[in-house]
Each structure stands twice: as structure tokens, then as C-alpha cells.
Design a binder for this molecule. Sequence first.
Ligand code: ADP
Ligand code: NA
Length: 345
Amino acid sequence: EIPQVVFSGIQPTGIPHLGNYLGALREWKRLQDTAHPDTKLLFCIADLHAITVPRPAEELYEHRMHLMAVLRAMGLDENRSTIFFQSAVPYHTDLQWILSCTASMGYLSRMTQWKSKLQLSDNTTMDDPAVKKSLKHGLFSYPILQAADILIHRATHVPVGDDQRQHLEFSRECVTNFNSTYKTDCLVAPQTIVSTSRRIMSLTKPQQKMSKSDPSPKSRILITDSPDEIRKKIRGATTDSLAGVSYDPQTRPGVANLIEILSGFDPERRSPQVLAQQMEEGYKITDLKEAVTKVVCDELAEVRERYQLYVSQNDQLREYAAVGNQKATESAKKTMELVNEAVGL
Ligand code: ADP
Ligand code: NA
């Protein structure tokens, strides 16, 4: 079956890292290169999501432009893919309000992202005093905006990293709630395309996922890092003092994460288990770190070079964005008309 509409998004909260690359960006590029010509591809810079944790305006502006430069450097092409800023298409927030009127508070309160952003455990409830003190409404209702992002383009397929499954399930819940309330079928339930790569973990705290919002820059490799920076970060990655290399995410999370990265970049796409089995007698963690450094440096070299070129071309980046913003507005407008009609607006 040919996917009709592919949609995905990324927050402009910093230069993308290896997790974003393996979990999302590389998959976007692959889809662009292999999709049927009739498949519509939309990739969104989710700047409204980025302010769920407010930051200085200049910083957000810079991150937005840098992310646009990264997407260009990845080879996403404005003639084939629609790349746009979420904030430039207000239909996203229009639909968010409408969806929020049929979305369940109970369901939202059970979701884990707001808890992890506030560094609370997954079983924290709304009655917790820490929640009353610091939970903001935007962070809490964030999954509704994410659902609106997907549904406003009637996306049929959403490629995301494994950390996003829960949100996609919620998007389908929003479709059911809306369509049954208004006795319509105008919203389309999306399918998740989960990247084959598992979640990439922090280099310094391998129990946590690698994230742009981690305060420690040593925890992640940016896709624009120089070979020297990549080497240093991988050398400094937390491992353990056991002899040799084996793949066991439970007991050896640091080593397993490095093997995971190696597998993600393996031209033969061998699984981490297979890679670990094929490592020779006497293969050491330092050998593993060297192998990871090499594959990462090799694969990212071209993106890094192209990024250096694009990042200084602000006018061109803005033009590129304007093309995408326009196309995304047209795509969203069609759905908004159907939704408004169903609601009686
Ligand atoms: P971050 O959590 O780093 O801010 P985003 O929320 O912007 O990342 O996510 C962008 C995409 O990258 C999503 O599809 C998400 O699933 C994927 N992603 C983020 N972190 C990781 C990770 N550590 N491993 C794999 N995929 C990830
Ligand atoms: Na995320």
C-alpha cells in the first residue's frame, strides 16, 4: 500500500543529535528518496512545542534557523518535501483547540512526557504537590497540539523514534473522540512508522535517552560535531569495568548503547546482537569506541560540511521556509474547512 501523506516533526531546541538522526532524520531522508511520487511528505519544525519550556527569544530564533539549515544539509529538498515552521500555519493551533474540547483529561494526566520533562516518576499523579507547583498547561496539553500537527494534514503515516509511540496512540484517540462526537470521518487515524533503530541513550547517563534538552553537552553527539569532538565524546562515554564487549542493555547499558549506535550506522544493517557475536576474542571497549567513532565521523562528514555552508545563508533559509510554509498552509486549510463544517463553525 502506498502511504498517502507522511508527516513528522522535530523541535528547534538545539542542533539534532545522533538519536534524532537515527530515530527520525535519516528516516525522513530515506522516505523522501524512496517514496512513491504521489506520496505527500511534510516535515515540521515544531517551534510551538519548543516553548513548552520557555527560553530566551534570540535563542529560539537561532535554533529555528539552525534546524532549517540542518534539514537542508540532510538533503531534504523543497521540491519534494514540504518543510515548514509550525508557527507559520495557525491552522495547527485552531485544530488543537477543537480537539481539546473532546480530549480526555484523564488520558492526558496518565501520559509520561510532562512527568519526564519535570523529572518526576511515571506514576506521579496530578495531586502531587510538585505538579501543582510547576506543571504548566502548555506542557500538559502538548500531546493535543502534536495530534493537531498530524491530523491537520490528514497524515496516514508518521515516522518517529520509539519514544513517541504513546503520543501517536493519543492522536488516534483524538480522531475517535472527534469523529464520534461530530459523526464524521473527516479526521484520519495515522499509522506509526517506528524507526528500526532503538532509542539511543545518553553517552554520560545511559539509563536516560539522548536528548537535546539534557544540560550536559557531553551526553550527546550533534550531527554537526567535528571528528575531534566526536572522538572526545565517545572516548568519554560511560561504560563499565567488565572485560570485553557484550550486548546486554540491562546490565551493561553504556556498552549496549555504543553497539546500538554501531548497528545504526552499519552498512550491512546487522543487529546489535549479531555485531556483538561477531566481535573477536579479545575485542575491548576501547576497540568498540574507536569503531563507533569511525562510522559516526564517516557518515556525518557530508552533512557537517553542507551545514557549514547553509547556516550562514539566512536569506536563502528564509526563502526555503516561505515555500514550505505556503504549501503546508494549503494542505492544512483543506482539513480545517472539513473540520469547521463538521463542528458547525
Ligand atoms: P528531543 O527529545 O531530543 O528534543 P524531539 O522531541 O525534537 O527530540 O524529537 C524529534 C525526533 O527524534 C522524534 O521522532 C523522536 O522520536 C526522535 N528522537 C528523539 N530522541 C531520540 C533518541 N534518543 N533515540 C531515538 N530517537 C529519538
Ligand atoms: Na522528544
